[in-house]
Design a protein around this ligand. Sequence first.
Ligand code: ACO
Length: 339
Amino acid sequence: MSSTRSKILSVGTYIPENLWTNDDLKKLMDTSDEWIQQRTGIRQRYWAHESQSTSDLALSASEQAIERAGIEKSKIDLVILATLSPDHEFPGTACFLQAKLGLPGIPALDVRQQCTGFIYGVSIADQFIRTGMYKHVLVVGAEIHSKGLNRTTAGREVSVLFGDGAGAVVMAAVDVRDPAKDSCVISTHLFADGAFAKELWIPAPGSSYPIAARMTHEMIDQGLQWPQMNGKTVFVHAVKRMPEAVLTALEANRLQVSDIDLFVFHQANLRINEMVAKQLGIPAEKVFNTIDRFGNTTAATIPIGLNEAVAAGKLKKGMLVMSAAFGSGFTWASSLIRW
Ligand code: ACO
């Protein structure tokens, strides 16, 4: 007996043109290539042109994914966009993307789960497709961090980590006889713990402040409009939660680490991914990292990683690919896909 499952038909990406090496950052702040590489594995990142918005990056990645899927864009039933760097506070950036794609009328949904946003998006698309509600869903992760970072010495602990970019997948309904063997999304596993929301966040502006203090000069002077991160706490939780998410997916599908052909993890920090791999006993050649070239592009790291892995010949049809992410919220998640 067959059942309706979702499958990733195609991946597309967009990487902005402006390359910033670690040495280039010295023009903006007191830092060094050695400090950044040693602690994060990042060598360079790309930052968008000032005229570009997050929905522009998302549009380019989406157009490439739709073209590679070989479908008319009018077949898309739902647009899901994960980002923490929206075009505007409201409406959601998925609405701007939907308009730029020229798809009036279809639903557009923003996902605000930061580094875990893409897996949350894939999971939502998967549920809509399995229930028969939609046949084709566009899932995008896109970020312009560069305009929202304190790119001075005061903000260097955070600003050196992040790059801009976008990745998109077209997910489609398929009839699957054996979900363990046929090409499809096998399972997704989502988690969050809001008790840690303020360990990595942007404090202001926001509705949590009184009317007169919603946005003040003092806030700006204190830098509350910039991301604030307790880096050590993020590190400690990431190396615990990502392995847990992987093990949950393995257990749910009665698989071992050795059954997985490729791990395409979120790219926060090379050291995090090395520790995750070590704890799980994953050989280095099965982990596909891109952080050295692109930095942390938050919601876009996993689709960019999938795209780069396909291009490098490391991810091929029939392979089992596991993704896991951890990020602000705290949120974490995993997905297991038969490519
Ligand atoms: N260049 C040079 N020096 C710097 C920089 C920089 N960019 N940033 C901070 N420093 C200095 C600090 O001022 C401090 O100096 P001091 O000791 O004189 O006060 C010193 O370096 C801090 O160094 P460490 O304590 O060794 O820093 P640490 O090892 O904690 O590394 C880091 C910091 C890389 C941020 C680490 O905590 C980390 O990776 N945490 C995980 C956070 C992360 O990955 N966030 C990504 C977003 S969340 C996500 O995607 C999951």
